[in-house]
Design a protein around this ligand. Sequence first.
Ligand SMILES: N[C@@H](CCC(=O)N[C@@H](CS)C(=O)NCC(=O)O)C(=O)O
Length: 202
Amino acid sequence: MKLRYAPASPFARKVRVVARETGTIGRIEETIMLVSPVAPNADLARENPLVKVPSLVTDEGDTLYDSRVICEYLDSLHTGRKLFPGSGRERFTALRRQALADGIMDAAVLCRYEVAVRPEAARWPEWIAGQKKKVMGGLDALEAEAGKWDEAFDIGRITAACALGYLDFRYGDWNWRGNRPSLEAWYEQIATRPSMNETILK
Ligand SMILES: N[C@@H](CCC(=O)N[C@@H](CS)C(=O)NCC(=O)O)C(=O)O
């Protein structure tokens, strides 16, 4: 399998963490693809019409995207403890938490594009403030749950860890730890896992 990723992408990190947690990393060749919403990567465009990372080419030659689909695919390839619970409340809690943390990453990445990609004259501060509010609301929702989390690292918590890692990487000044002690304590533990250490954003 071939995984297209960007070293600074929190969505690609999610897949790279799952590849390591599931032991499927040994079957994956990781290739860096630099992406920009205003300068589509021609090589990636041949495989993925959305021209986004992560993108996975399977051994059968199919291209899978986005991170949710790739993570569930990798989880289907191993026989160990599943990162996507099979059914019931446990499954939908993990999926809902994945959606929450994906939403935090979506909003934070959009803020990043607003200052790193959009010309200064076209920037819209209210729009950035609206996205930041989603990030903060999402973090508050994670904080409300995190006090009860054990060490299980399922798809919801993997995505939460990647969202927090992205905020440290791009938005240290947003101080997500501020008044979120449960989330902070959980993240300090989880960030020491080899899968997290090997995929630190650059
Ligand atoms: N929903 C997608 C989001 C992926 C995404 O936004 N990737 C960004 C990098 S962090 C990207 O490829 N951006 C290039 C673009 O928007 O053209 C997923 O979960 O994989």
